[in-house]
Structures are given as C-alpha cells and as structure tokens.
Design a protein around this ligand. Structure first.
Ligand code: NAP
Length: 506
C-alpha cells in the first residue's frame, strides 16, 4: 500500500513530506496542497507547499553535492542507478496505486508505467557508461593552413544542477527520463513534480533514497507550479531545465535565461490516411492512438485527415471499435477513465460544444459524468472549428475529410504544433515523401504516434518543444563538451646540432 512499509517515512499524518538533504521533511510553511482524485473528486492526498527558502536550500545542497558526484566514477553512478531501478520495479504495486488514485490511469497501464521507468533507468545507466566513457581525438592538420601541431581531446562534462519538471500524465516515467540522464552524466537533480502525480513521484524518489544516492544530490520540492514554478525556473542555481508539459513551457523558456533547455510540449498529432491504406489497421491504431489513457497523451492522434473516398468506410470501422471501449474507473482497468481535473473536463466540453454549434457530425452521443467523458468521434470537422487545431487532451477525436494528400499535409503544417504525425498507406515511397513534407519531430509510417521505445530520439518542432529527448539525446543535452588542446612543436622545430627535427628523429 502507498505510504506504508518502506514508504512509511515519507508520510506524516495525512500529508506527504518533501525530500531534501537525504531526508523527508515537513515544510515550514505549515501549508499543504490537496490532490483531488479525478474519479471520486474528493481529496485523496496532501503534499507540502514548499517555501522559497526551502527551494534555496535544495539548490545550495544540489550545487555542493554535484561537485563530489561529478568525480564519482561512472561505473559507480551506474551501479546506483541500477539499484534504484530494481527497487522501483520491486515496489511497482504501491506506486501504481498512487497513479490510479492521482491521475486515474487504468490499473494495468499504471503498473506498466512503473516497470517501463525502471527499464529506462537501467538502460540509461548502461548507455551512459558507454557514451560518457568515450571522447574524441582531433588533430590540427585536417583544417586548411595548419600543421600537425595541436592534438585536441574532448570529453563530456556535467552542466551542474538540473531542474526537472514533468507533467501529470506520465509523472513517474517523464521524471525518470530526466533524472536518469542527469545523474549518470554527473549532474545533481531538483525535481518539482506535477501536483496531480506528486505522490507517485515522491514514492519514486524514495526508491532513489533507498538505493543510497549521496545526500543533497536529489531533491524533490512540492507545491503548485503557479506558486513556486517561477521561483524555481528563474533560480540562479539552476544550470539546465528539463520540462515536459503544455504552454507553460513556452513562458518558462522566455524567462529562464541563458541555460540549456529541454522542452517537451503539446502536440496536435495528425493521422493522414490514403486511399490504399489497410483500414482495419488504421482503425485499430486510431483507437489505440486516439483513446488510450482517454487521449491524455502528448502523442495521441489528435486529428484524422482521411481521403474522402475511404472516409465513410474508416469512420464506420472506428465507430464499431469505439462502441467496444470500456468506460469507467481506473481500478477496473477501463479503457476510458475520468480526465485529470474538472477544469480539463470543462475545457474538453467547450471544444465539443463549439464543434456542435458549427455543424460537426457526432458519431456517438456526447456524454459526461463528473470528470468522466465518453469517447467521441467527430466527423466532418472543418477548419473553422476549435477542435481542428486545439489539443483536447481528452477522449474526443476530430475527423477532417480531405481531397488530396497536399490538403492533409497543409493542415498538418498549418498547426502551431509539430510533435509527431503518422501516415497510413501501402506505398512506402509515397509515405517517405509525405514524412519529409510533414513539419513534425517524428512521423510514424503505418502506426500511431508514440514516444518510445525510450531510446529513440523524441522531439517536437515549433510550439512542441526545444531540443531532443530519448536516452542518448538527453545524456548529450545534459552535458557540455570540454576540450583540452595539447600544443606540440612545429614539425620544422629542430633540436640538437644535427638540425634534424624532433619528429624525424623519433
Ligand atoms: P502543464 O500544466 O504545463 O504542467 C506541467 C508541469 O509544469 C507541472 O509539473 C506543473 O505543476 C508545472 N508548472 C505549472 N506552472 C508552472 C510554472 N509557472 N513554472 C514551472 N512549472 C510550472 O502540463 P500538464 O497539464 O501537466 O500536462 C499536459 C501537457 O503536457 C499537454 O499539453 C501535453 O501535450 C504535454 N505533454 C507533452 C509531452 C511531450 O513529450 N512532448 C509529454 C507529455 C505531456 P502543477 O501541476 O503543480 O501545476
């Protein structure tokens, strides 16, 4: 059970503590933040509302712990990460329980998130040992005008203190995708978890604590992003921000100053369907891609752009599959569960009402109970409807009928987002050309967009982000190149009375 057994020290009465200097603590603010269960809509957990002084303290500790950590051998850093991964996987049940209660993630998916996170940490440790254990060697005479008088050695060094801010939808996975690369690369880490998802993150952090990482190297401060977010992101002690979330990331990147940023933001992933596509495969992928975790995924299919000639057939196939989706509580492992907050549900409803007023075809009746919204396919959506462009982050999927591939590509590229997209066709040549034309970080051919496997590069263009993730890319991003140049005598430099050069004499 969450908050019991090995996790009992992270709970004090009815409120979870925050983590600083290797210890679980209560905030001096005396205030807590409530986490509302999306299913029951009642307070499920409470976490500390940390103060600015507490943030200052973790930054100071992180700075000092990083100096020693950077000198800790790579294999030792990897060993601790492997240990944390094993502890995390061992305790998948209580952490999954938190995910179910905080973010209404279906039961099986909650367990999968924890296990996948453990695997990600282990892979990061192994990848880090390989890529950080290598450097480059360059010689000067490959550049015009130079003699072979300079040998250049490069290695990767840590940035310092990494601030990690994950979103609610994969709080554990998208926290460890930052924590793992930061630590293996020799950085220290300050985590600010999302409010919905904070308790899952606190349990995950405790697994790192149990693994025996040095005090101060990892900290976790809780509180509302709207209250402590700016103080954290503009803190002079932060040397890198790795953020995943929505538009908040755009404002953070304007305020953060001259530090490396990794921003994974929203998306409006398009699914382009050509006439020759296997429509059963497309329908199966639309269900998986559009409705998994109730559409609350950055890489969910968020608009279907289908050729008019096959649109009726595709819509019928998708409708038949939507009818089979199980709607209900996450504990019952339903396909469609309540969306994360009431305000999210209200936002989604606003998009639905706008589409209704403007004449979209409802393939199912719109139904909502509290935060639970039944899956809805909206056909004949037109570009003047908000749902054609905005990210619902809910189980609502618009279908736009197109008359040419160019029309589909045009719609995709007119979006402010550019995360992923997908194209379904049996013509691989056409698929590659369409992929080239789509302004997105990734294009999937004949499958729904997806983040992962976790070692694949993952990035968004335009308002979808800055930089690239994926295990290797994140390690790279959280390091700097350090160069040492050894300057040698010129080949014509002579020594001794014979006048022969050192080089020719060796
Ligand atoms: P969000 O509202 O932007 O919040 C993300 C994180 O930022 C949370 O931890 C939040 O804390 C924190 N935050 C809020 N205000 C802040 C501030 N002023 N300064 C610093 N941090 C602040 O996003 P969300 O609703 O959690 O997640 C959904 C969004 O994430 C969607 O747009 C989705 O597409 C995107 N997403 C993108 C990816 C990707 O890889 N590209 C992956 C997953 C999700 P609080 O919870 O305390 O407010």
């Amino acid at each position: 059970m969450a908050g019991t057994g090995v996790f009992s020290e992270i709970l004090d009465g009815d409120a979870y503590k925050y983590y600083s200097d290797g210890e679980w603590r209560k905030s001096s603010s005396g205030k807590t933040v409530s986490i509302v269960n999306p299913t029951t809509r009642k307070t499920q957990y409470k976490v500390q509302a940390c103060t600015q002084e507490e943030v200052n303290k973790v930054m100071e500790l992180a700075k000092s712990a990083q100096k020693t950590w950077a000198k800790t051998p790579l294999w030792k850093r990897a060993e601790l990460l492997h240990e944390a991964a094993a502890i995390l996987k061992e305790h998948k049940a209580p952490i999954a329980e938190c995910l179910i209660k905080e973010i209404a993630k279906p039961a099986k998916d909650s367990v999968t998130e924890v296990v996948r996170s453990g695997d990600l940490i282990s892979y990061t440790a192994e990848e880090g040992v390989r890529i950080l254990g290598e450097g480059k060697f360059l010689v000067s005479d490959s550049f015009p005008g130079n003699e072979r008088t300079k040998y250049c050695l490069t290695s990767k060094i840590p940035l310092g203190v990494v601030l990690a801010i994950p979103p609610f939808n994969y709080p554990v996975n998208l926290a460890v995708s930052k924590i793992g690369p930061a630590l293996i690369a020799g950085n220290s880490l300050v985590l600010k978890p999302p409010t919905q998802g904070a308790v899952s993150c606190l349990h995950m952090v405790h697994c790192f604590h149990l693994a025996g990482f040095p005090k101060g190297l990892i900290s976790c401060v809780t509180g509302k992003g709207s209250e402590i977010g700016d103080f954290l992101t503009m803190h002079p002690g932060v040397n890198c921000i790795s953020f995943t979330g929505g538009d908040t990331g755009i404002s953070i990147s304007k305020k953060a100053g001259m530090i490396p940023l990794q921003m994974e933001l929203g998306g409006k992933d398009a699914c382009i369907v050509l006439e020759d596509a296997d429509l059963d495969l497309v329908a199966a992928n639309i269900i998986k891609g559009g409705f998994s975790y109730s559409g609350q995924r950055c890489t969910a299919i968020k608009v279907v752009l289908v050729m008019e000639s096959v649109a009726d057939a595709l819509v019928e196939k998708v409708k038949a599959r939507v009818a089979k989706l199980r709607v209900g509580p996450p504990e019952d492992d339903c396909d469609i569960t309540p969306v994360v907050t009431e305000s999210s549900a209200n936002f989604i409803e606003g998009l639905v009402m706008d589409a209704k007023e403007k004449g979209a075809t409802f393939c199912q009746q719109y139904k909502r109970e509290g935060n639970l919204i039944w899956p809805l396919l909206l056909d004949n959506v037109r570009p003047d409807m908000r749902i054609a462009w905005e990210e619902p982050f809910g189980p609502i999927l618009p279908v736009i009928r197109i008359n040419s591939v160019e029309e589909g590509i045009h719609h995709c590229n007119a979006s402010n987002f550019g995360l992923q997209g997908c194209v379904f066709t049996k013509d691989i040549n056409k698929a590659v050309l369409i992929s080239d034309a789509m302004e997105t970080g990734t294009v999937q051919i004949n499958s729904a967009p997806a983040r992962g496997p976790d070692h694949f590069p993952f990035q968004g263009l335009k308002d979808s982000g800055i930089g690239s993730q994926g295990i290797t890319n994140s390690i790279d991003m959280m390091t700097k190149v350090k160069t040492t140049v050894i300057n040698l005598p010129s080949p014509s430099y002579s020594m001794g009375s014979s006048g022969s050069s050192i080089r020719s004499r060796i």
